[in-house]
Design a protein around this ligand. Structure first.
Ligand code: KG4
Ligand code: ZN
Length: 359
């Protein structure tokens, strides 16, 4: 079945990025992300400051997204918004605004699950990207973000089976904590990755957590302790040099990537799936993309990931998830409330959502 997708304006404020996007079909018309740099000085997101910053940034970000798309408000068919999971105060800012906007336009309000949006983000088409690179269902999704590390079997819109997840820190959280230890800026993933490029290969060998454990769950807290202990050993031998930091960053990154590779390979073997999709902020990591594409590609697995700026939090993925659910016949009323905690297991397919995704 071919779906006709409407023109959507979407708002994402679940954490520390204020993002507004416009989407027509699968085509991104604009995707404006305002990143709250104010958290950098605290080494992590401060929830109260995040909601206040969303309040200041939201209206100008909406204006900017509309202007870039060449749209007026009257062009919007539906308003999509992140309903959860995320920081309560931050979610409330975006959700209250989206509710009022939808009501004033007489347009439907599409309430979106943030993690579902990540898992569908590779369906987005930006100007200049060839649509042949888009996979269909089913696929294995590795979702690696600041709050989640999950392996999910995706059989259709809303048809998700959780195969494995982190028992403690998420992969992104581990990157952020390592960055803090090494004196790098927040968010730490890109900073650790950039520093790792100066690292000496094989100087340190870090453990690959949980790989001997036969299952598909992850645990990054042991790796975090090992990283800390290595740093302390360097410290005990004198001042920790820039080269020491780079070598630690590299050993850490290689261990995380290797662990994710081993678990993905195992999940693909267990399920027999032939496609792997990467999602979430950590999937912007260059080493992860290259290693998974090469090592799984050589086994005949097709590996997909969104453009880097569509891996991290953005409004376009919220628009797409909302559009897909709306086109499959789902539409909540404007009375829905935000859900700071919202287990993915509670997601269900819209009644006729098993159809093939075609634009
Ligand atoms: O998906 P996301 O933008 O927000 C959440 O929903 O959590 O993910 C943010 C996480 C942060 O922990 C950040 O450090 C990490 O993604 N990240 C990266 C990279 N870019 C962002 N981690 C490793 N390498 C990167 N290039
Ligand atoms: Zn996210």
């Amino acid at each position: 079945m071919t779906m006709t997708l409407p023109r959507i304006l979407a708002i994402e404020t679940s954490c520390d990025d204020t993002s507004v996007a416009t989407l027509e079909g699968f085509q991104v018309r604009s995707n404006v992300v305002y990143t709250q740099v104010l958290h950098e000085q605290y080494g992590g997101v401060v929830p109260e400051l995040a909601s206040r910053a969303h309040m200041e940034a939201l209206v100008p970000t909406v204006d900017s997204a509309l202007k870039k798309a060449g749209w007026a408000l009257k062009d919007v068919d539906a308003v999509a918004v992140t309903q959860g999971p995320g920081l309560l105060g931050s979610l409330l800012v975006g959700h209250s605004y989206a509710k009022s906007l939808a009501l004033s336009l007489g347009a439907p309000l599409l309430n979106v699950h943030h993690m579902e949006a990540h898992m569908l983000a590779h369906f987005l088409v930006e100007p200049g990207i060839q649509e042949t690179a888009i996979p269909g269902f089913p696929y294995l999704c590795l979702t690696v973000s600041g709050g989640h590390t999950q392996l999910v079997r995706v059989d259709g819109l809303g048809v998700y089976s959780l195969l494995g997840e982190s028992l403690d820190d998420a992969a992104g959280e581990a990157f952020d904590k390592t960055a803090k230890l090494l004196g790098l800026s927040y968010p730490g993933g890109p900073a650790v990755s950039a520093l790792a490029q100066q690292g000496t290969p094989d100087r340190f060998q870090f453990p690959r957590p949980m790989v001997k454990h036969g299952g598909l769950d992850f645990s990054f807290s042991g790796l975090k302790t090992h990283t800390l202990n290595t740093f302390k050993t360097c410290e005990a031998q004198g001042e920790v040099s820039d080269q020491d930091r780079a070598d630690i960053a590299l050993a850490f990154e290689v261990a995380v990537v290797d662990t994710l590779l081993i678990k993905c390979r195992r999940a693909l073997e267990h399920t027999g799936l032939q496609r792997l999709v990467m999602a979430g902020g950590v999937s912007a990591n260059r080493r992860l993309r290259e290693v998974l594409a090469k090592r799984l590609g050589s086994k005949g697995i097709q590996v997909f990931y969104p453009e880097g700026h569509l891996c991290t939090d953005n409004g376009a993925m919220i628009a797409l998830a909302g559009a897909l659910r709306m086109s499959a016949g789902e539409c909540d009323g404007p009375m829905a409330e935000v859900r700071a905690r919202w287990p993915m297991a509670e997601l269900a397919p819209p009644s006729d959502a098993h159809s093939e995704v075609t634009s």
